[in-house]
Design a protein around this ligand. Structure first.
Ligand SMILES: [Zn+2]
Length: 283
Protein backbone atom coordinates (compact mmCIF):
# COMPACT_ATOMS: atom_id res chain seq x y z
CA UNK A 1 0.00 0.00 0.00
CA UNK A 2 1.74 3.16 -1.18
CA UNK A 3 0.30 6.67 -1.18
CA UNK A 4 1.52 9.85 -2.81
CA UNK A 5 2.68 11.85 0.25
CA UNK A 6 5.95 10.76 1.89
CA UNK A 7 4.45 11.47 5.33
CA UNK A 8 1.41 9.25 4.73
CA UNK A 9 0.87 6.62 7.41
CA UNK A 10 -0.81 3.22 7.44
CA UNK A 11 -1.50 1.73 10.85
CA UNK A 12 -3.03 -1.65 11.67
CA UNK A 13 -3.64 -1.88 15.42
CA UNK A 14 -3.90 -5.68 15.50
CA UNK A 15 -0.47 -7.27 15.30
CA UNK A 16 0.27 -9.73 12.54
CA UNK A 17 -2.37 -8.49 10.10
CA UNK A 18 -1.17 -7.17 6.74
CA UNK A 19 -2.54 -3.73 5.75
CA UNK A 20 -4.13 -5.12 2.57
CA UNK A 21 -6.02 -7.78 4.54
CA UNK A 22 -7.06 -5.24 7.19
CA UNK A 23 -8.40 -2.88 4.53
CA UNK A 24 -10.21 -5.68 2.69
CA UNK A 25 -12.06 -6.59 5.91
CA UNK A 26 -13.54 -3.09 6.36
CA UNK A 27 -17.36 -2.93 6.27
CA UNK A 28 -17.74 0.57 7.77
CA UNK A 29 -15.38 3.21 6.39
CA UNK A 30 -14.99 6.86 7.33
CA UNK A 31 -13.20 9.30 5.03
CA UNK A 32 -12.52 12.50 6.95
CA UNK A 33 -10.55 15.72 6.58
CA UNK A 34 -8.71 15.99 9.89
CA UNK A 35 -7.53 13.98 12.86
CA UNK A 36 -10.51 13.79 15.27
CA UNK A 37 -13.24 14.23 12.61
CA UNK A 38 -13.72 10.45 12.39
CA UNK A 39 -14.44 10.18 16.09
CA UNK A 40 -16.94 13.08 15.91
CA UNK A 41 -18.73 11.79 12.79
CA UNK A 42 -18.64 8.04 12.71
CA UNK A 43 -19.11 6.74 16.25
CA UNK A 44 -21.92 4.57 14.89
CA UNK A 45 -19.51 2.77 12.57
CA UNK A 46 -16.86 2.36 15.26
CA UNK A 47 -19.32 0.77 17.70
CA UNK A 48 -21.04 -1.39 15.08
CA UNK A 49 -17.65 -2.98 14.43
CA UNK A 50 -17.20 -3.57 18.16
CA UNK A 51 -20.66 -5.06 18.69
CA UNK A 52 -21.52 -6.97 15.52
CA UNK A 53 -19.48 -10.04 14.55
CA UNK A 54 -18.04 -9.86 11.05
CA UNK A 55 -18.08 -6.04 10.88
CA UNK A 56 -14.97 -3.92 11.00
CA UNK A 57 -14.20 -0.25 10.91
CA UNK A 58 -11.62 1.64 8.88
CA UNK A 59 -10.63 5.29 9.19
CA UNK A 60 -8.97 7.58 6.65
CA UNK A 61 -7.70 11.09 7.45
CA UNK A 62 -6.95 13.05 4.32
CA UNK A 63 -5.04 16.15 5.47
CA UNK A 64 -1.77 16.42 7.38
CA UNK A 65 -2.91 18.49 10.35
CA UNK A 66 -0.07 20.91 9.61
CA UNK A 67 -1.98 24.15 9.94
CA UNK A 68 -3.95 23.21 13.04
CA UNK A 69 -4.31 25.74 15.86
CA UNK A 70 -2.09 25.21 18.90
CA UNK A 71 -2.09 26.58 22.42
CA UNK A 72 -0.63 25.80 25.84
CA UNK A 73 1.87 22.92 25.79
CA UNK A 74 1.62 22.79 22.00
CA UNK A 75 2.03 26.52 21.27
CA UNK A 76 5.74 26.28 20.44
CA UNK A 77 5.56 23.26 18.14
CA UNK A 78 6.59 23.67 14.52
CA UNK A 79 4.26 22.51 11.74
CA UNK A 80 6.33 19.33 11.37
CA UNK A 81 6.17 18.56 15.09
CA UNK A 82 2.46 19.27 15.16
CA UNK A 83 1.88 16.81 12.33
CA UNK A 84 3.73 14.15 14.33
CA UNK A 85 1.62 14.84 17.42
CA UNK A 86 -1.64 14.67 15.52
CA UNK A 87 -0.64 11.49 13.68
CA UNK A 88 0.11 9.81 17.02
CA UNK A 89 -3.19 10.98 18.51
CA UNK A 90 -5.09 9.47 15.57
CA UNK A 91 -3.18 6.20 15.92
CA UNK A 92 -4.08 6.10 19.63
CA UNK A 93 -7.77 6.55 18.78
CA UNK A 94 -7.56 3.73 16.22
CA UNK A 95 -6.02 1.39 18.79
CA UNK A 96 -8.53 2.36 21.47
CA UNK A 97 -11.51 1.91 19.13
CA UNK A 98 -10.05 -1.31 17.68
CA UNK A 99 -10.21 -0.08 14.08
CA UNK A 100 -9.15 -2.61 11.46
CA UNK A 101 -6.98 0.04 9.82
CA UNK A 102 -6.15 3.73 10.11
CA UNK A 103 -4.76 5.48 7.05
CA UNK A 104 -3.48 9.07 7.17
CA UNK A 105 -2.79 10.49 3.73
CA UNK A 106 -1.06 13.70 4.97
CA UNK A 107 -2.11 15.97 2.10
CA UNK A 108 -1.84 19.74 2.56
CA UNK A 109 -5.32 21.34 2.75
CA UNK A 110 -4.43 23.57 -0.21
CA UNK A 111 -3.99 20.50 -2.41
CA UNK A 112 -7.29 18.97 -1.27
CA UNK A 113 -9.07 22.17 -2.30
CA UNK A 114 -7.86 21.90 -5.92
CA UNK A 115 -10.66 20.58 -8.12
CA UNK A 116 -10.26 17.84 -10.70
CA UNK A 117 -8.68 14.43 -10.53
CA UNK A 118 -5.77 15.26 -8.30
CA UNK A 119 -3.42 12.91 -6.49
CA UNK A 120 -5.79 13.18 -3.53
CA UNK A 121 -8.54 11.53 -5.56
CA UNK A 122 -6.09 8.88 -6.82
CA UNK A 123 -5.14 7.95 -3.24
CA UNK A 124 -8.83 7.67 -2.37
CA UNK A 125 -9.55 5.47 -5.40
CA UNK A 126 -6.73 3.16 -4.28
CA UNK A 127 -8.28 2.84 -0.80
CA UNK A 128 -11.82 2.34 -2.09
CA UNK A 129 -10.58 -0.28 -4.56
CA UNK A 130 -9.08 -2.27 -1.70
CA UNK A 131 -12.31 -2.76 0.24
CA UNK A 132 -16.05 -3.24 -0.27
CA UNK A 133 -17.66 -1.16 2.46
CA UNK A 134 -21.37 -1.44 3.25
CA UNK A 135 -21.41 2.07 4.69
CA UNK A 136 -19.14 5.03 4.01
CA UNK A 137 -19.26 8.07 6.30
CA UNK A 138 -18.26 11.38 4.66
CA UNK A 139 -18.41 15.06 5.49
CA UNK A 140 -21.71 16.53 4.30
CA UNK A 141 -21.72 19.10 1.47
CA UNK A 142 -23.49 21.76 3.60
CA UNK A 143 -20.70 21.80 6.22
CA UNK A 144 -19.26 25.28 6.87
CA UNK A 145 -15.58 24.23 6.98
CA UNK A 146 -13.93 24.79 3.58
CA UNK A 147 -11.64 21.76 3.87
CA UNK A 148 -14.52 19.49 4.87
CA UNK A 149 -16.48 20.46 1.76
CA UNK A 150 -13.40 20.06 -0.46
CA UNK A 151 -12.74 16.61 1.05
CA UNK A 152 -16.36 15.65 0.41
CA UNK A 153 -15.96 16.64 -3.27
CA UNK A 154 -12.70 14.65 -3.68
CA UNK A 155 -14.38 11.61 -2.07
CA UNK A 156 -17.34 11.94 -4.42
CA UNK A 157 -14.98 12.09 -7.43
CA UNK A 158 -13.18 8.98 -6.20
CA UNK A 159 -16.38 6.98 -5.66
CA UNK A 160 -17.77 7.98 -9.04
CA UNK A 161 -14.48 6.85 -10.64
CA UNK A 162 -15.05 3.29 -9.36
CA UNK A 163 -16.80 0.74 -11.57
CA UNK A 164 -20.53 0.76 -10.67
CA UNK A 165 -20.39 -2.66 -9.01
CA UNK A 166 -17.52 -1.55 -6.73
CA UNK A 167 -19.29 1.51 -5.35
CA UNK A 168 -20.26 1.46 -1.65
CA UNK A 169 -23.80 0.36 -0.82
CA UNK A 170 -24.62 3.33 1.37
CA UNK A 171 -22.91 6.74 1.59
CA UNK A 172 -23.79 9.19 4.35
CA UNK A 173 -22.78 12.84 4.83
CA UNK A 174 -22.32 13.55 8.55
CA UNK A 175 -22.36 16.67 10.72
CA UNK A 176 -19.20 18.18 12.21
CA UNK A 177 -19.03 21.95 11.62
CA UNK A 178 -22.69 23.00 11.38
CA UNK A 179 -25.27 20.58 12.69
CA UNK A 180 -27.70 18.82 10.39
CA UNK A 181 -30.58 19.38 12.79
CA UNK A 182 -31.99 21.82 10.21
CA UNK A 183 -32.82 19.01 7.76
CA UNK A 184 -36.55 18.26 7.53
CA UNK A 185 -37.34 15.09 9.46
CA UNK A 186 -37.89 12.97 6.35
CA UNK A 187 -34.40 13.90 5.09
CA UNK A 188 -32.65 13.03 8.35
CA UNK A 189 -30.70 9.82 8.66
CA UNK A 190 -30.04 9.13 12.36
CA UNK A 191 -26.73 7.54 13.29
CA UNK A 192 -26.88 5.91 16.70
CA UNK A 193 -23.96 7.46 18.55
CA UNK A 194 -25.22 6.57 22.03
CA UNK A 195 -23.47 3.22 22.36
CA UNK A 196 -20.28 2.75 24.40
CA UNK A 197 -20.49 6.24 25.96
CA UNK A 198 -17.30 5.86 28.01
CA UNK A 199 -15.34 4.89 24.92
CA UNK A 200 -16.99 7.75 22.99
CA UNK A 201 -15.61 10.29 25.46
CA UNK A 202 -12.16 8.68 25.54
CA UNK A 203 -12.00 8.66 21.74
CA UNK A 204 -12.67 12.41 21.69
CA UNK A 205 -10.31 13.22 24.57
CA UNK A 206 -7.38 11.43 22.98
CA UNK A 207 -6.93 14.46 20.71
CA UNK A 208 -5.29 16.38 23.51
CA UNK A 209 -3.58 18.87 21.19
CA UNK A 210 -7.04 20.09 20.11
CA UNK A 211 -8.95 19.78 23.36
CA UNK A 212 -6.44 21.00 25.96
CA UNK A 213 -6.36 24.58 24.66
CA UNK A 214 -9.96 25.06 25.80
CA UNK A 215 -11.80 23.95 22.66
CA UNK A 216 -13.76 21.16 24.33
CA UNK A 217 -14.71 19.18 21.25
CA UNK A 218 -15.13 16.16 23.53
CA UNK A 219 -17.86 17.74 25.63
CA UNK A 220 -19.41 19.54 22.65
CA UNK A 221 -19.75 16.39 20.52
CA UNK A 222 -21.19 14.39 23.41
CA UNK A 223 -23.62 17.21 24.26
CA UNK A 224 -24.75 17.55 20.65
CA UNK A 225 -25.48 13.83 20.43
CA UNK A 226 -27.64 13.93 23.57
CA UNK A 227 -29.42 17.08 22.43
CA UNK A 228 -30.30 15.57 19.06
CA UNK A 229 -31.61 12.40 20.72
CA UNK A 230 -33.92 14.43 22.95
CA UNK A 231 -35.11 17.01 20.42
CA UNK A 232 -35.59 14.83 17.35
CA UNK A 233 -39.34 14.43 17.71
CA UNK A 234 -41.72 16.18 20.06
CA UNK A 235 -43.80 13.10 20.84
CA UNK A 236 -41.66 9.98 20.86
CA UNK A 237 -39.63 8.91 23.85
CA UNK A 238 -35.92 8.68 23.15
CA UNK A 239 -34.91 5.43 21.52
CA UNK A 240 -31.26 6.34 21.24
CA UNK A 241 -29.06 7.91 23.89
CA UNK A 242 -27.14 9.84 21.25
CA UNK A 243 -27.72 10.81 17.63
CA UNK A 244 -25.39 12.12 14.93
CA UNK A 245 -27.43 13.44 12.03
CA UNK A 246 -26.49 12.62 8.48
CA UNK A 247 -27.88 12.91 4.95
CA UNK A 248 -28.07 10.13 2.38
CA UNK A 249 -25.55 10.79 -0.39
CA UNK A 250 -25.87 7.39 -2.09
CA UNK A 251 -27.86 8.75 -5.07
CA UNK A 252 -25.03 11.24 -5.81
CA UNK A 253 -22.49 8.43 -5.92
CA UNK A 254 -24.62 6.14 -8.07
CA UNK A 255 -25.56 8.78 -10.62
CA UNK A 256 -22.51 10.78 -11.82
CA UNK A 257 -24.79 13.07 -13.87
CA UNK A 258 -26.47 14.36 -10.70
CA UNK A 259 -25.13 17.79 -9.67
CA UNK A 260 -23.82 17.81 -6.08
CA UNK A 261 -24.80 21.46 -5.80
CA UNK A 262 -28.39 20.88 -6.97
CA UNK A 263 -28.70 17.83 -4.73
CA UNK A 264 -27.57 19.85 -1.69
CA UNK A 265 -29.66 22.94 -2.42
CA UNK A 266 -32.76 20.72 -2.68
CA UNK A 267 -32.37 20.04 1.08
CA UNK A 268 -32.52 23.80 1.70
CA UNK A 269 -35.59 24.10 -0.52
CA UNK A 270 -37.37 21.42 1.49
CA UNK A 271 -36.50 23.23 4.73
CA UNK A 272 -37.89 26.46 3.30
CA UNK A 273 -41.09 24.78 2.19
CA UNK A 274 -41.48 23.18 5.64
CA UNK A 275 -41.11 26.52 7.46
CA UNK A 276 -43.52 28.30 5.10
CA UNK A 277 -46.13 25.54 5.28
CA UNK A 278 -46.23 25.50 9.08
CA UNK A 279 -46.50 29.29 9.32
CA UNK A 280 -49.25 29.49 6.69
CA UNK A 281 -51.24 26.74 8.39
CA UNK A 282 -51.75 28.96 11.42
CA UNK A 283 -51.82 32.43 9.89
ZN1 LIG B 1 -12.19 18.71 10.51
Amino acid sequence: MKFSQSRSDVYVPETGVAPEAALASVTHLCLAAHQDDIEIMAHEGITTALDVPGKSFGGVVITSGAGSPRTGDYAKLTDDQMQDVRREEQRKAAAMGRYAIQIQLAHPSSLVKKPGHSIVTEDLVQILSGCRPEVVYLHNPADKHDTHVAVFLRCLEAMRALPAERRPQKVLGCEVWRDLDWLVDTDKVALDSGKHPELALELLKVFDSQVSGGKRYDLAAMGRRSAHATFHTSHATDRMAGITWSMDLTPLVNDPTLSAEDYTVAYLDRLRADVVKRMRAFS
